[in-house]
Ligand binder design. Structure first.
Ligand code: ARG
Length: 568
């Protein structure tokens, strides 16, 4: 596909003897169409050329020639505005779509570099809460986008399966296990046991001792304790897997904190040898005060490891196993300090610089539930599985009311209900706190997943009505030069840049917003233009454009983790 920005940059670079890549970075898109398609702010060169921006603009305008790609160049203030040839644009977009189909938008810029995307990472025997839903959705989408862009993208679930609480859980289970229906409703029942044993520990010190002993035995590999722990892990995973299935999420690696048990001693040794460990009230810490990052505890006073140590062991493992270029942690912003600390300590580990530099915390905001049925009272956690199923049920109800004879109702309701929740999690900047509200999530006309699916289905029904898909050679770009058609073309053209921006910023909301724009531009096009037309020339072009929009909407949605329904 023709890269107009690059062509413009080359033209400018030739005249000022600067690097075209650098120039390209300066090129902007003007705030409105009347001002052209691209603008070069000449003040960027004022220093190097030692001239005022308007003078530079005048000089450049005289030297740079227009051609078949660039129609017109104008000066506005210190800006040089470029108008591209819209027919060439239309042609290049449609040809590229024809050539690449569902791969439109990628140039494999990832070049096989390895990116680990760690996300979800719930704690076993504890509820999978709405924050875990958010990391799962964000992480899955980043994972898919990196893969699409040609990275060797690997999804990792860093399961929280380690900690002294398992000593307690084992004790509780030993005492009352048979009273609870763990196989039916594992996490809820295990939570009840946990609360009960915790209360007992507060009353009776000897129970607490028994719990501690269980944990010690577990660490030693005692078969009884280990079996129980494995059972807790298995039943929890079964429950988590139901959620992953609903969301269509798969992991390349599910590896719990406990799996690093054999290697966290090495972390302690390395830090010790490097002279970075200091004692503080029996605990071992790395002092990061100088870097403004507080202190990072490595072992507690009783010698046991903490969350941070296990993360450091995981970093070493990942560096050795994958030799990664990037390792993203999709975790709530509350853990920002933790990650700043372990990334700092990771600089002392025996791993390549490249890996040290590639560690990145992708932070996201909290989810608040709007009042009403969904609100959380203290201790009353919203079950994510129930929430997802409720979304599907609500969609089912709408389908029953409006389109009761729809084919494959169940399946379509699932795609729409789940898509709605996914989109809602991705449509605003991820660091922002988010309010969950059913009326917004499921609004078919709002900036929602269902809206995008609805427009997609519309493109499909256009193709059905036409009954054929024209060949690219049959398309006359001259009939797509009206405002609405061009707007669709321009939006399609941007898809690749949008995906690059997502990867640059680890911000899937850029793609979600883009899909809203694309759906909106198609909707305007559809309202203003008759697609099924007596003039075959016109019809071919409009049908083809509809097909193209459908393809990109589908690819884009799938990169967010959303499936498209066939009907709506
Ligand atoms: N299990 C933790 C939680 O549920 C999240 C783990 C995040 N990942 C990490 N490598 N520390 O809060």
């Amino acid at each position: 596909m023709i890269n107009f920005k690059n062509i413009i940059a080359q033209k400018i670079a030739k005249e000022v003897e600067l690097d075209a890549k650098e120039i390209e970075g300066f090129i902007e898109v003007p705030p409105n169409e009347e001002m052209g398609d691209y603008a070069f702010p000449c003040f960027k060169l004022a220093k190097v050329l030692k001239k005022a921006p308007p003078a530079i603009a005048t000089e450049l305008k005289e030297k740079i020639t227009t051609d078949e790609n660039i129609e017109k160049i104008e000066i506005v203030g210190g800006y040089l505005n470029f108008y591209i040839n819209k027919k060439v644009l239309t042609k290049t977009v449609l040809e590229e779509l024809d050539k690449k189909q569902e791969n439109f938008g990628t140039y494999n810029s990832g070049d096989g570099k390895t990116v680990l995307v760690e996300f979800s990472s719930p704690n076993i025997a504890k509820p999978f809460h709405i924050g875990h839903l958010r990391t799962t959705i964000i992480g899955n989408s980043l994972y898919k986008i990196y893969k699409f862009m040609g990275y060797n993208s690997i999804s990792i679930n860093h399961l929280g399966d380690y900690g002294t609480q398992f000593g307690k859980l084992i004790e509780g289970y030993k005492r009352w296990g048979s009273e609870y229906n763990i196989d039916e409703n594992p996490i809820e029942e295990l939570m009840k046991i946990y609360i009960r044993i915790n209360d007992l520990c507060k009353e009776d010190e000897s129970v607490l001792d028994a719990c501690r002993e269980n944990f010690r035995l577990l660490e030693e590999g005692d078969p009884y304790c280990k079996n129980l722990w494995e059972k807790f892990r298995d039943v929890s995973l079964q429950e988590f897997n139901r959620i992953y299935d609903l969301l269509g999420v798969k992991f390349d690696s599910i590896k719990g904190e406990a799996s690093y048990a054999n290697s966290w001693g090495e972390v302690v040794d390395i830090l010790e040898k490097a002279g970075k460990l200091t004692e503080s009230e029996g605990a071992k810490i790395v002092d990061l005060e100088e870097q403004g990052k507080g202190v990072c505890m490595i072992t507690k006073s009783n010698g046991s490891t903490i969350y941070a140590t296990r993360d450091l062991a995981a970093i070493r493992y990942r560096a050795k196993t994958y030799d990664f270029d990037k390792c993203l942690y999709v975790v709530a912003y509350e853990q920002a300090l933790h990650f700043r600390q372990i990334f700092e300590v990771a600089k002392y580990l025996d791993i390549p610089k490249k890996c040290q530099k590639g560690l990145e915390h992708v932070q996201y905001g909290m989810v608040r539930l709007s009042t009403g049925k969904m609100s959380t009272r203290e201790g009353n956690v919203v079950k994510v599985e129930d929430l997802l199923n409720e979304s599907i049920d609500r969609v089912k109800k709408v389908i029953e009311e409006k389109n009761a004879d729809m084919e494959n109702k169940e399946e379509e309701a699932k795609k729409i209900g789940i898509g709605a929740v996914i989109f809602n999690n991705l449509c605003t900047t991820i660091i922002k706190d988010q309010v969950f509200d059913w009326d917004t999530v499921l609004n078919f006309n709002g900036e929602t997943g269902p809206y995008i699916q609805y427009i997609y289905v519309r493109t499909k029904s256009v193709l059905e009505k036409a009954g054929y898909i024209p060949n690219i050679d049959e398309i006359n770009v001259n009939v797509l030069q009206d405002k609405q058609s061009l707007n669709v073309i321009k939006t399609l053209y941007k898809f690749g840049e949008i995906l690059e921006a997502v990867v640059q910023k680890n911000e899937p909301s850029i793609l979600a917003r883009y899909l809203i724009d694309l759906a909106g531009s198609y909707s305007n096009f559809y309202n203003e233009n008759k697609i099924i037309d007596e003039d075959k020339n016109v019809q071919n072009a409009r049908v083809y454009l509809s097909k193209s929009v459908g393809t990109v909407l589908k690819t884009g949605a799938s990169l967010l983790g959303i499936e498209m329904p066939n009907r709506m």
